[in-house]
Ligand binder design. Structure first.
Ligand code: M6R
Length: 608
């Protein structure tokens, strides 16, 4: 989720690059760098940490020049370090590359390049591109880039410069955004619109498999064969302040809308051509996986709810008993874990103190610990035996949204891996589940495209004091997450219960002043959930239901129905969560709350 800026024109490139990168810093912030064609040399300057470190370095040692590329990094391959920071150069130091995305076949390319005598200096996938361009360059940079990208598998947005063509940037993309801001006598390449808005509102949006040759006076776009093609032209209406949130009112809303991409990125590359789920991060042989006799999941808050979903997935598909515990209880308990227990620590930030303490405790007891996190280089990655990354990109809103659904996606992969290694699910079943799982991003997109019912519902419950959330199975985990979202951003009291538990106490809370949100998507307990709805309605409560498209009957039992497309029961957690995120968001906004920075909360809870 890195930020890319490239500049060619009459201004000092370093000013435009640093200004643009500052507007993209939300995309990545563990290191930054620029490469500028300066006095017949290619000057590369990179610094670890926030952009300010690079800005200060350039302040002390200016890099004059009118053509350059810059980057802020959100590490995926290789820890945050100066060597791994972009831009990356080729062996000659005359070519520099910035990249956003993941080159999936980079190991293979690295080997080939090394065999051909190239010296690779970083751990990144990106550096392979610089060397590939070097090996194909024969006096035409755009041609060399086209040849190089034909060798790449995966996603990329690229900016490339070469000292032999010092007035040009070559830009290309596939599955990662890249635009070109069209100025008067200057052009700016960027991974997002905020970086160009200071100079122009006229933007060319590169499409997949298009390559642009960008100079100060013109932009030539071709396909991969070099034939000229047309690109979409956009006139941007946003002002700069809004644009930093990509045109969304808040980071939370932006992140809600980023979920299809976050889920896709998290699933990307996890199914091998041989039908085997790829999870080398477990660092276990199939035999070792087969011997796991217990899974223990540790997490806090929203991550704990992802763990509750995972319990059902793993127990159903892999038939391994799973215990899920909040980390603060685990660390001070006397948990029964040993060297045959797989402990899974879920933490989007990777810095949650209770979860880190639980990880240490589990490892002291001999368990193998796998972390699921969104932040490369975070503490949990250093303290665990293996790490599975969710590729959700930086999440800035304090309320977890896209990291939650990406965690569930990653946990689906883990559950399928365990089921496959244990031989519990056959190849056909795994393939069918994998296909269903890969449809989830489109389903989320469809839900987000039609929010009218949620809007209407939110307006009706803006002033309530207290709410209950009910569900069964994975629907119970969704109910817990729905209640947490509502309470943390709107400050409305919200409590979740397993629907079957209601009659053991919580039902005493039901009245016409306490709306009840019920997760009632199709599944084997659907009839039971409908009975629970009738019980609360009989006591005067208004009911909001999350239900499956086509369930018209449910309208008779609810004041508001928030429909989601049909999925199999076990895959329903992500779709059912989306309306509840949006409902909380809308209610909080109606109440005038700051959804990105709710009171008393922090994005990383690094203290007990
Ligand atoms: O970074 P983590 O996933 O470990 O964070 C755990 C909780 O602090 C976090 O989920 C918190 O509950 C969020 N504010 C939920 O939106």
């Amino acid at each position: 989720m890195c930020g890319i800026v490239g500049y060619v024109g009459p201004r000092q490139a370093s000013d435009v690059l640093l200004g643009g990168l500052a507007r993209l810093e939300y995309r990545g912030y563990d290191s930054a760098g620029v490469a500028i064609a300066s006095g017949g040399e290619l000057k590369v300057m990179r610094r670890v940490g926030k952009l300010v470190n690079l800005t200060q370095a350039i302040g002390k040692t200016p890099v004059p020049g009118f053509v350059g590329i810059g980057h802020t990094r959100w590490a995926t391959h290789g820890r945050p370090s100066e060597e791994n920071a972009h831009p990356h150069a080729d062996c000659t130091g005359r070519i520099a590359v910035v990249h956003n995305g993941i080159i999936e076949n980079y190991m293979e390319l690295r080997e080939e390049l090394a065999q051909n005598g190239h010296i690779l200096r970083s751990e990144t996938d990106t550096e392979t591109v610089a060397h590939l361009v070097e090996s194909y360059y024969d006096g035409d940079l755009a041609l060399a880039v086209r040849k190089a990208i034909k060798r790449l598998h995966g996603a990329y947005a690229l900016g490339v410069i070469h000292l032999d063509e010092p007035e040009t940037i070559v830009a290309a993309r596939k599955d990662s955004p890249l635009i070109i801001g069209l100025g008067k006598g200057e052009n700016i390449v960027a991974s997002d619109i905020p970086a160009v808005l200071e100079y122009t509102r006229e933007v060319l949006a590169l499409a997949d498999d298009q390559v642009a040759t960008v100079s100060a006076g013109q932009v030539i776009v071709t396909d991969l064969e070099g034939a000229p093609v047309e690109s979409e032209m956009l006139h941007i209406e946003w002002d700069l302040a809004a644009a930093e949130k990509g045109g969304f009112a808040d980071f939370m809303l932006k992140e809600i809308y980023e979920q299809p991409k976050a889920i896709r990125e998290t699933l990307r590359g996890r199914m091998g051509a041989d039908g085997i789920i790829q999870l080398s991060e477990l660092e276990m042989t199939p035999g070792q996986i087969a011997s796991i006799d217990r899974v223990f999941i540790l997490a806090c808050g929203t991550s704990y709810h992802a763990g509750v979903v995972a319990k059902t997935l793993i127990e159903t598909w892999a038939r391994i008993p799973v215990e899920v515990q909040v980390s603060s209880e685990f660390r001070y308990g006397d948990p029964i874990v040993d060297d045959e227990t797989l402990v899974v620590a879920i933490t989007q930030s990777g810095e949650t103190a209770d979860t880190l303490a639980g990880v240490r405790e589990a490892r002291n007891r001999g368990a193998k610990v796998i972390a699921i996190t969104n932040v490369v280089g975070s503490r949990v990655t250093r303290e665990s035996d293996g790490v599975i990354y969710t590729h959700a990109g930086p999440e800035i809103g304090v309320a977890a949204t896209k990291t939650f659904t990406a965690q569930i996606a990653a946990l689906n992969v883990l559950a399928l891996k365990l089921a496959q290694a244990k031989g519990i699910l056959g190849q056909e079943r795994i393939a069918a589940l994998w296909a269903d799982l890969n449809r989830i991003p489109d389903i989320v997109e469809a839900i987000l495209a039609d929010l009218d019912a949620i809007e209407e519902c939110a307006a009706a419950y803006t002033d309530v004091y207290s709410t209950l959330f009910l569900g069964r199975g994975v629907g119970w985990a969704v109910a817990m997450e729905g209640a947490l979202k509502l309470k943390e951003i709107s400050y409305i009291h919200a409590e979740a219960f397993a629907a079957g538990e209601m009659k053991h106490g919580p039902i005493a809370l039901i009245s016409d002043e306490v709306p009840v949100v019920v997760v009632a998507t199709q599944g084997h307990t659907y009839e039971k959930v409908v009975s629970n709805i009738q019980e609360v309605r009989a006591r005067g409560a208004e009911v909001i239901v999350v239900a499956t498209h086509g369930d018209d009957e449910i309208k008779r039992h609810a004041e508001h129905v928030l429909y989601v497309p049909a999925t199999s029961e076990l895959l329903s957690a992500i779709p059912a969560t989306i309306p509840l995120q949006v409902l909380s968001y809308r209610i909080a906004k109606f109440r005038g709350c700051n959804v990105d920075q709710p009171r008393s909360l922090a994005k990383s809870v690094t203290v007990e």
